[in-house]
Design a protein around this ligand. Structure first.
Ligand code: SF4
Ligand code: SF4
Length: 169
């Protein structure tokens, strides 16, 4: 354990006038800089102006499709097992195509519980789930709106930038 001694302040330091003026000077300097030059402003006028989202940002999930539009997912449950928030619900069913063992009859993600860790993406052996939609603005009228199902996830394309996709879904 390290004991740190409280510094002894002299009379003028205990008035805190120096720190007060220093703080006011910094505030005034930023205010004047922003008044005459917009390029120093680091806040965005959201929602009119949105901050660019990095390519590898972990956003809302999507399920990948096979060429025939069916889910690439084989309902192996690895994503649900890896999920630390226990927010993926999968019900596996037998596929009518003998070359495909199983498919997810139900695939739900509770986005209110999700912590966007992307462990589900890393666990998937089929590249069947991705988080590259860049959708980060989520709004809904009830908790149920945030439980997204297989159909929603299969059509949650990155090009669709609708900010309120869940509420309108
Ligand atoms: S991002 Fe993490 S918390 Fe969210 S569904 Fe995937 S594994 Fe679960
Ligand atoms: S998304 Fe991937 S890991 Fe999850 S059940 Fe489907 S195939 Fe398995």
């Amino acid at each position: 354990m390290i004991t740190v001694k409280r510094p002894q302040l002299n009379f003028f330091e205990r008035l805190y006038l120096g720190a007060l003026f220093k703080g006011m000077f910094i505030t005034l300097r930023h205010a004047l800089a922003n008044l005459f030059s917009q390029k120093h402003i680091i806040t965005y006028e959201y929602p009119e102006i949105k901050k660019p989202i990095p390519e590898d940002y972990r956003a809302e999930h999507r399920l990948m499709q096979r060429p025939d539009g069916s889910p690439r997912c084989t309902a192996c449950m690895l994503c649900a097992t890896a999920c630390p928030a226990n927010c993926i619900e999968i019900v596996a069913a037998e596929h009518e195509d003998p070359r495909v063992e199983k498919y997810p009859a139900v695939y739900n993600i509770n986005l209110l519980r999700c912590i966007y860790c992307s462990l589900c993406v890393e666990a998937c052996p089929c590249d069947a789930i991705r988080m590259d939609t860049k959708k980060i603005e989520q709004a809904g009228y009830s908790r149920e709106h945030f439980i997204v199902d297989k159909d929603y996830l299969l059509h949650n394309h990155p090009e669709d930038r609708s900010p309120y996709s869940i509420a309108l879904y």
